[in-house]
Design a protein around this ligand. Structure first.
Ligand SMILES: [Zn+2]
Length: 328
């Protein structure tokens, strides 16, 4: 799978900035320390001068032995510096660079493989483009208000045997369980129900919780998902030439496909949906689909085999209630 560089340059620039800021912060800490404890400054100057003199000798006189014992000397000076730091009330690692990600030292890569923090950065960029970020600020487990759902027995759903309120409490509990089990089970969810009953809200809650625990999450409406796949594939004329953005559809930890059935339906959307669902299942990656469609309509609009994948591998969350958007 080739990956084009649509977002890579942007992310690399972000990592450059993170590293630059880390160096600025270190310079600032060093200034503080030098002010309070000039001996440390002298030790630093000594190390720099000693290393420079020896390197010069080694090069000018072609004498590699000039460097003998230098590492050891520097180590013992470093130990002395740490002691001085602590004696002056600083943490012993105060003059070390601090990384946001220790795994990749803020380079975004571990060897040739993108680090998990790189994938998270990509998720955030793609989410920002999809406006999901703004949604996540307002729609999360902390802001979900179950009391908006009626507990009137007259509104009990026959198949669920629960009022909208009791039902949403159990959906919320399962959604939280889904987040807790995420790394173990790689679960999938189909959220279905009428328009405006809070399906996207539930997806947002899960997305926010997983982003907060450093997972990569990608949000698409069905239209933008198929639009992304279709454009890239046809524009390049090369089905293997996936853009970073397109590859992320298959590789992110959680893909949310919102409002399935709202897109312009074509033969392409039916086969693309199957590919996405199937490839993600095979890769052990989680997917959440929300839709107003009934199961029969899913079979009719997409295919029996797509539905059977969903039926077998997805938890089904039915949400009932009145359209929350019309409520005062
Ligand atoms: Zn990293």
């Amino acid at each position: 799978m080739h990956i084009r560089n649509d977002y890579t340059d942007l992310i690399i620039a972000q990592f450059d900035e993170i590293r630059r800021n880390a160096h600025y912060a270190l310079d600032e800490r060093r200034r503080q320390v030098y002010d309070k404890c000039p001996e440390i400054k002298e030790l630093d100057i000594m190390v720099a001068r000693n290393s420079f003199d020896r390197a010069k000798r080694s090069i000018l006189h072609d004498d590699p032995s000039a460097l003998d014992g230098l590492d050891e000397e520097n180590r013992s000076i470093a130990a002395e510096k740490e002691k001085l730091l602590v004696a002056n009330g600083f943490p012993s690692d105060y003059l070390k660079l601090r990384y946001e990600c220790d795994k990749c030292k803020d380079t975004g890569y571990v060897g040739n493989v993108p680090c998990s923090c790189f994938k998270k950065a990509l998720s955030r960029l793609l989410l920002k483009d999809s406006n999901m970020m703004r949604l996540l600020e307002t729609q999360n487990f902390d802001t979900f208000d179950a009391s908006l759902f009626s507990d009137d027995p007259a509104e009990k759903d026959d198949t669920l045997g629960a009022t909208p309120y009791k039902n949403i409490l159990s959906v919320l509990a399962e959604a939280k369980q889904f987040v807790r089990d995420f790394d173990k089970k790689h679960g999938n969810i189909l959220i279905y129900g009428q328009t405006g009953v809070g399906k996207t809200f539930i997806s947002s809650c899960i997305a926010k919780a997983l982003l907060d625990s450093s997972h990569s999450v990608l949000y698409h409406t069905a239209s933008t998902l198929f639009g992304t796949l279709e454009n890239k594939r046809f524009r390049n004329g090369d089905p293997d030439a996936l853009s970073k953005e397109e590859a992320h559809i298959f590789e992110c930890d959680l893909l949310i496909i919102d409002d399935l059935g709202s897109e312009f339906y074509t033969q392409f959307t039916a086969s693309a949906l199957f590919d996405v669902i199937n490839e993600r299942l095979l890769a052990g990656k989680s997917t959440i689909i929300s839709t107003n469609l009934s199961f029969e309509e899913i079979i009719d609009s997409y295919s029996e085999r797509t539905y059977s994948r969903i039926y077998k591998h997805y938890d089904m969350f039915k949400i009932i209630g009145t359209d929350l958007r019309t409520m005062p």
